[in-house]
Design a protein around this ligand. Structure first.
Ligand code: PMP
Length: 359
């Protein structure tokens, strides 16, 4: 029996996608073997790869002057790839907005190769908000401007897209495909797959053509966007099963009505939970109202001695993975695309009941 899964990642996948993969596992496309057992250069797999790219382009409305890459090393490899690919054309300075643990990792990696300007930070209030657009200024002579539209651990989501002159770089790991985005405003978008795209082991990169010639000369081959783009992400063997499964998720997303439908649903799901948290005298959200994430909802109990019991009872009720990140404690419900409204309704009903019994 499938349970309601609120894991932050690797996260819930759509059940129809898992069923299709199951049905096709032993004999894919009549080949008498699985998709994992054919060459990535075979006609059959090339079709999977191309179709996945086309579906992603359709879903996000990616303009023709952007390359789509299916990359390895997760979003973490891109923390390094960003400076490696962009510090080679003059400026070795970059602007970063610091909003929490993922921004911090990106910043620390960039510092190894150039100079980082922290143009804004929410550290003063424990990373519980996104710095307002009028509270910071882009630096002069910066190679790029990096931010994290959704901090997965803190549950902080930017309510705006930074308006900057230098190429805008966004780590969209925990928000991609949850709403329409104006791709043309970005220089490079990246996202680990294991939340809204597919299983772990693959990451998506979307790069504007003119940024492919700015790499540092010694860039490791496996981090080069130019090499990846020119080789259709097959300079070496790609994670074929993750790519195939991501493609099935894109088809599923299209059938659900695409990213506009996901945006509407995400507001409904997160709204239901935030409304409950705001009404409750027992549970509360630590995140500033205007920066609350639609994807990751951290919350705390009035008495943290009940945390263990909450987790035990929720698991018994079929509500999985509500434990907050080990670094911050408390609880967190991740509400990615594959988490249904029904799942959030069940969670809120459980929490209301828990409050009645223990509040
Ligand atoms: N950035 C963000 C916003 C994330 O949530 C994560 C993973 N949770 C990462 C980067 C790191 O991704 P990966 O594990 O794929 O390297």
């Amino acid at each position: 029996m499938r349970k309601f899964n609120f894991c932050a990642g690797p996260a819930a996948l759509p059940e129809p996608v898992l069923r299709q993969a199951q049905e096709e596992l032993l004999d894919w496309q009549g080949l008498g073997c699985s998709v994992m057992e054919v060459s990535h250069r075979s006609g059959e797999f090339t079709t999977v790869a191309e179709q996945a790219e086309q579906d992603l382009r359709d879903l996000l409305g990616i303009p023709d002057n952007y390359k789509v890459m299916f990359l390895q090393g997760g979003a973490t490899a891109q923390f390094s790839a960003v400076p490696w690919n962009l510090f080679g054309a003059g400026s070795k300075q970059a602007d970063y907005i610091h909003t929490g643990q993922w921004a911090d990792k990106a910043i620390n990696e960039a510092r190894r190769y150039g100079e980082v300007n922290i143009v804004a930070s929410s550290e003063d209030r424990n990373f519980s908000y996104a710095p307002a657009a009028d509270s910071w200024e882009e630096s002069a002579d910066t190679a790029y401007f990096h931010y994290t539209p959704n901090e997965t651990i803190g549950g902080v989501e930017f309510p705006y897209i930074p308006d900057v002159k230098s190429p805008l770089i966004a780590d969209m790991s925990s928000t991609i495909l949850s709403q329409p985005i104006p791709v043309e405003k970005f220089g490079f978008i990246y996202a680990g797959a294991q939340k809204n795209i597919g299983p772990s082991g693959i990451a998506v990169g979307i790069v504007r053509d003119d940024l492919l010639d700015r790499a540092l000369p010694d860039i490791p081959r496996s981090l080069s966007w130019k090499i990846a783009a020119e080789a259709q992400s097959m300079d070496n063997t790609p994670p074929t099963f993750a790519w195939y499964l991501s493609g099935l998720v894109f088809k599923w997303l299209k059938a659900q009505g695409g990213v506009s439908a996901m945006a509407e649903l995400s507001l409904k799901k997160s709204g239901l939970l935030y409304d409950f948290l705001d009404r409750s005298a027992f549970f509360s959200s630590p995140v500033s109202t205007e920066s609350r994430s639609r994807m990751n909802v951290p919350f705390v109990l009035a008495d943290d001695k009940l945390d263990k019991q909450f987790l035990q009872e929720s698991e018994e009720a079929g509500l999985l993975n509500l434990k907050g990140h080990r670094s911050v404690g408390g609880m967190r419900a991740s509400l990615y695309n594959a988490v249904s409204l029904e799942a959030v309704e069940a969670l809120v009903a459980f929490m209301a009941d828990f409050e009645r019994r223990h509040g």
